[in-house]
Design a protein. Structure first.
Length: 102
């Protein structure tokens, strides 16, 4: 059974809010949404992951790819909020600084 997830885009704030679970079964769709949001907005991109209960390595790879694209465009990305699970993953993989997290 595929993971379930939803996003809410707030273009005027350049913020994407992600809820649910991101794993390999939904990563292709998640990547498309990230790319679309990048193309629809300008300036710093903010990700609110406070409702994301699970993120696997494929989801993390999608976030890293989004960051690479943004950096190439002279933009930044900041993760503004996370759950404990996502925080542990970002800490263990030493990715927090890439997303402007302390």
């Amino acid at each position: 059974m595929p993971a379930e997830w939803t996003i809410r885009k707030i273009p005027e704030e350049t913020t994407m809010v992600v809820h649910g679970e991101i794993d390999f079964t939904v990563t292709p769709e998640f990547r498309v949404e990230l790319h679309n949001f990048i193309n629809e907005t300008s300036g710093e991109m903010k990700l609110d992951l406070s409702g994301l209960d699970y993120l696997d390595s494929s989801g993390l790879a999608s976030l890293i790819e989004a960051r690479r694209i943004l950096v190439q465009k002279g933009r930044a990305i900041t993760i503004t909020a996370v759950t404990d699970q996502v925080d542990r993953l970002l800490h263990l993989t030493q990715m927090k600084p890439l997303f402007n997290m302390a």
